[in-house]
Design a protein around this ligand. Structure first.
Ligand code: PAF
Length: 262
């Protein structure tokens, strides 16, 4: 591809691909000559006790979907190729990794920053495409790309949602039928809070009402439900030009995250 002077877009994934991932491939196709998709369930971004072993894996199904979506190359490296014996380096993005999901997922964002730095170094893409559902991850990747002068153009693609508003996620597969119905309360609570904040309501009160809605729908515990600056992720107590709502909450054993522009 390089010899032919073709531009390359990278879509890094952990597999178990759904329509949200395929939308990233569609987006990549409009931006570059060639699309490389990686599938790697990155052990370094799972904290102790998280779902690394249980994380859904479907290489055959993923390969089929990517072929149909028009990916040019799919790379599925083994963990010992990425992290060979003696591997000792970690990339940590300060501040942005210490808020929202950071405190409850120790080591997660260092794991993400490390694998993304490695994938950028190995593949040297012109463009890399990420979903906006993991907004904090996207903000961290933008920061590390700037700070380390990696020179990749980072593109965020809008969240893909089910008809009832639930953001697509590989982890939705963990939800029982009842939980799946209740899960739609998360985007609804965020939408109502966003509407209230835009209308000038008190932010703390709007957030409290959203927390109550989640609790009534069976969510708990709520890791966070916050208004924050979408670039710095610093918390906001009043509406501001870059204000965005962020939430992470458990429904049964499944942890769901979502975010919405205010
Ligand atoms: O969002 C994901 O699927 C992962 O965090 C990523 C970006 C592929 C890094 O492992």
């Amino acid at each position: 591809m390089r010899k032919r002077n073709e531009s390359v877009a990278l879509v890094p994934t952990m597999g178990a691909l759904h329509a949200g991932h395929l939308a990233l491939v569609d987006c990549a196709r409009t931006l570059a000559d060639r699309i490389i998709v990686t599938i790697f369930v990155n052990p370094k971004q799972f904290s102790a006790g998280e779902d690394f072993d249980a994380y859904p894996r479907d290489i055959a199904g993923d390969a089929e979907k990517l072929r149909a979506a028009g990916a040019d190359l799919v790379w599925i490296p083994d963990a010992d190729l990425i992290y060979p014996p003696g591997y000792a380096t970690s990339v940590r993005v300060a501040r942005l990794s210490e808020t929202l999901c950071g405190p409850v997922r120790p080591g997660h964002f260092a794991g993400v920053a490390t694998i993304i730095t490695k994938l950028f170094a190995l593949i040297r893409p012109d463009i890399a495409v990420f979903g906006e559902k993991d907004w904090q991850q996207l903000a961290i990747i933008r920061r590390l790309n700037t700070d380390l002068n990696l020179g990749v153009e980072i593109i965020g693609c809008p969240i893909m949602r089910e008809a009832d508003g639930l953001a697509l996620s590989s982890r939705n597969a963990y939800l029982s039928a009842d939980e799946r119905v209740a899960a739609a309360t998360l985007p609804k609570a965020l939408a109502l809070a966003a509407q209230a904040i835009r209308a000038g309501d008190d932010v703390a009160q709007a957030l409290e009402q959203a927390r109550t809605k989640l609790a009534q729908a069976g969510f708990g515990p709520i890791d966070y439900l916050e208004l924050a600056d979408e670039e710095t992720l610093a918390p906001l107590s009043a509406n501001a030009p870059r204000a965005r709502l962020f939430a992470a909450a458990y429904l049964g054993r499944t942890r769901l995250i979502d975010n919405l522009e205010v």
